[in-house]
Design a protein around this ligand. Structure first.
Ligand code: SF4
Length: 318
């Protein structure tokens, strides 16, 4: 039977700026079952990375609940968070920027083991580091090399090995392949899939690339300016994209067949400011179906068909 690992309820993350309050994440709610992947997609600035970080409390949430294995971690003490952090990890977009250039592969991967005092002595820790390297496909001979001596794919494997060191249950993968060459992207995606199967991991997979997220996710959540506009299984979303923004995103995916054509929906109109946003649909200035009510009333997520949620006043007409 499926079991919920993570429940996020009405999560908000606002930032104070000189121009007003930026609503980076605004009322995000979802559940995620153990062993599954939730893909989170949207353009740059839609709040997808901030959502991932607020869930891990790398950004302290403004309000809302993050319930991990039945416990609301937004109320956890720093002592409890220390334990929870070992169970909830993150893999960053730019492996080079996230790795300390003055440390060797062994030191980087072994750092969480050292901080959490997992092993009695250095030899035990080194053996564990070598096991992790093997798990992520890094050759043992690289153990004393530095990040700058390695290519992007190997650097991302170091980031993955470090994230796995404490045997986590849940990982936020924040654009883990977008800084890599296309030829290496598939290798890293396959590795993440293999690890999920072998270790029973649960992922949030954040990306701006819908073709990647389809390959990787069980469910997909589409975000626009801090709001969830559509949430469905990957199958439903690709078969029946409903929100006008999702349709535009899908239309931009290149068709791999020679000579095949697809009509791309080009979005026009101004992007609403996420600073002190007024009530109304945030997509309205760019939506070809917008009606006067769209500029006044904020649409909530409605279940359009079983398991398929859309935030649009007129979704049943599309
Ligand atoms: Fe477009 Fe209105 Fe639907 Fe927003 S609520 S997506 S503006 S039709």
């Amino acid at each position: 039977m499926s079991e919920v690992l993570l429940e996020v309820k009405n999560l908000k993350k606002y930032f104070n700026t000189p121009n007003g309050v930026l609503h980076a994440v605004d009322d995000v709610t979802f559940t995620l079952e153990r062993g599954k992947t939730l893909g989170v997609v949207g353009e740059s600035g839609c709040g997808k990375s901030t959502t991932g970080r607020a869930i891990l409390r790398l950004h302290e949430p403004t309000s809302g609940q993050v319930i991990f294995e039945g416990k609301d971690i937004t109320k956890a003490s720093s002592q409890e968070m220390r334990h929870l952090r070992s169970q909830m990890q993150i893999i960053f977009q730019d492996p080079f920027a996230s790795l300390n250039p003055r440390k060797t592969v062994s030191e980087i991967i072994g750092e969480p083991l050292r901080l959490y005092k997992v092993h009695k002595n250095k030899q035990e820790q080194q053996n564990h580091v070598l096991e992790l390297m093997e798990l992520v496909g890094l050759s043992e001979r690289l153990v004393n090399t530095y990040p700058h001596e390695l290519d992007g794919g190997r650097r991302q494997r170091i980031g993955i090995a470090r994230a796995l060191a404490m045997n986590p249950k849940f990982i936020v993968c924040d654009e883990p392949v977008s800084a890599l060459d296309v030829s290496i992207q598939a290798q890293i995606l396959n590795l993440l899939k293999k690890l999920q199967k072998e270790l029973g991991l649960t992922y949030i997979f954040i990306t701006h690339d819908l073709s990647v997220v389809n390959y990787f996710s069980d469910e997909i959540m589409v975000m626009y300016l801090g709001k969830v506009v559509e949430h469905a299984t990957a199958e439903q979303l690709f078969a029946h994209p409903t929100h006008p923004y999702t349709k535009a995103l899908l239309s931009a995916i290149p068709v791999p067949r020679l000579g095949a054509k697809k009509d791309r929906i080009l979005l026009k109109g101004e992007i609403t400011s996420p600073i002190n946003p007024k009530p109304g649909c945030r997509f309205a200035p760019r939506c070809e179906y917008a009606q006067p009510c769209c500029f006044e009333q904020t649409p909530g997520l409605k279940e359009n068909e079983k398991g398929h949620f859309v935030a649009c006043h007129f979704c049943e007409k599309f």
